[in-house]
Ligand binder design. Sequence first.
Ligand code: ARG
Ligand code: ASP
Length: 722
Amino acid sequence: MNQRIKNLLLKAIILCIAFPIYAQQGGMWIPSLLKGMNESEMQSLGMKMSIQDIYDVNNSSMKDAVPHFNGGCTSEVISPQGLLLTNHHCGYSQIQSHSSIEHDYLTDGFWAESLNDELPNENLTVTFIVRIEDVTNKVLEGVLNTDNEREKQSKITKNISKTVASFPKESWQENKIKAFFEGNQYILFVTETFKDIRLVGAPPASIGKFGSDTDNWVWPRHTGDFSLFRIYADKDNKPAPYSKNNVPYKPKYFFPISLDGISEDDFTMVFGYPGQTQEYLPSYAVEQIINDLNPAKIAIRNAALKVTDEFMRNDQTIKIQYASKYASIANYWKKWIGESLGLTKTNAVQTKKDFEKDFIKRTKQSSKSSDYATLLPEFEQLYKQIAPYSLSRDYFTEVAMRNVELLVVAYRLYGLERSYTTEQSFSEKKENFINAQERFYKNYNKNVDEKVFETTVSLYSQKAPQQFLPEELKNVDVSSLTELIYNQSKLTDYESLKKLLEGNSKEVLKKLNRDKGYIFAKGLIENYIQNILPEYEKLNTQIEALQRTYMKAQLDLYPDARIFPDANSTLRVTYGKVDGYSPKDAVYYEPLTYLDGVIEKYVPGDYEFDVPQKLIDLYNAKDYGQYADNDKLPVNFIATNHTTGGNSGSPAIDAYGNLIGLNFDRVWEGTMSDIYYDPSICRNIMVDIRYVLFIIDKFANAKHLIDEMKLVHPKSEISTSK
Ligand code: ARG
Ligand code: ASP
């Protein structure tokens, strides 16, 4: 037996003994609760810092350097002057908004030479966590154990408002309460939001988005997915709206950056704001995702992407118009494919079923058996009932609200029609609508949309549950319907839409309700609102209530298990080790990539795999400065940290608390970690911090930014002090 297999076996045995049911290393933990829950496991994985270094209420700690970036991504402070690091794909729309034909920062990159050159961004905010407090008792106070879900929820909502209003905070801070464990725990966050955030630097897309959609969710990876911003504050170092007089923020904490890099098996920790996971679903729900919901969504996007791709390849204008939309549709399309494959490959459903058997056994042994014994059969029943509604809902949302642009506009117009109260408010809303659509139509091509309509509406009419099909889609000849709509509807062009909307409400609504595109869309929307949504919501509320009890049952019956709350866009810690993986038989992926791999993938002139000449020159000269690792330049690496959407831009931290990388993606085979984390194939992907520094220093010559940072050598310091 070779050493690697021996190690794997040993690992597996240890895990099975320690965690018989939850034999997994995944987990997204609440930073204020690490002490009891995780400390010893983190130490056994190699952590050398203390839990107070990570989260401390009374002293500055790492959490003071990890703000939520614009509510969606994560970022980290890396200098005493508020320099902020996040992903290129997180700063993408800001970089794009400063770009024009003359200054194409997406293509060429952008580097501010001094503070004066840093670019302000309207509506961009970052939010720090000041304090985390468990307020479960306050929120659940007086909440009676009734079956009336609505009554219960309304009492909870009242308690939440009361607690938010009374919890002590400074005037510029905010209190927010979030539900954990499906509402079995409530936690309050005191936060501070900065509103003057300026763009400092971004590499060209050929580095920051290298590999684009082809490499998205893929390992081995070679992307320099980073951008730099700076937080500005008023003269008292407090949050303030943009002002010329604002100054760089002096953070309570910033990350030192390690130049020593990582090797296989090193401890790593990722600190950030994971958005949403569903780790505690019953097997019935996971079966439905694998068998019905994912395949339907994947097929619709498959059709839409295929059509769009063909147009984009043949027409440069369409390519520019659709690049960002294509990337966004493709992102989750690819994720769902990987998710289904991973769930199948690792037998997630069977593992859940085995767990459920054990769960039933425990309920019978427990005094609470009556509360919990019926949970699983009830789940089974409800998931059976909700199946056609969930599927119909996915067809409607994917086709009418996501992929067919004409239907998306019609949906917004339907909102306008329904929101009529007075003539004046209608006219205001109409004007706002018209203005808001200008950007939409700039990137709209009728021929692309027509073809997407035809292929996806066909799928909808043939594959969606027939009993809930709208009249418009029953026995329909989709190709003549498509022709009719795209010949006659005024929604396919900005000018004709504006004309359609001329006049008072009566005139507008009359014209609108004669438009072939609008009539069709309205039929779909009303069918959805009347025949699908109410029953879906009713069943879903029951499922949610059941899920809350199921969660409570697991906490009760498995007191020693490693149960972590599902992600909910709050600050979490996940940890693991740098580790390769085997995606399939006979294939093993190493955990580190190098610049050599960028050059291997290089396709001159290609929009995904082109490489800037300057980078090629640096490669040829092996001019890597202090960022090299044995003559090679590290680019990306993977580890067993349990991350999800929202963790993009999160700091990857070494055993001592230094920054070693920047999280930006997961490996395709392991995207199922949102539902079921399996340590054999779930890996997060990070940019090696040395690649970030190399690009800033050697590629962009922005040495003044490096000078702001604190670079350290933890490994050599340790070995020389021994
Ligand atoms: N898959 C990564 C994350 O969800 C990166 C997405 C951005 N990149 C792209 N090529 N679309 O969200
Ligand atoms: N790329 C994701 C993000 O943008 C991270 C992930 O899903 O792993 O947050």
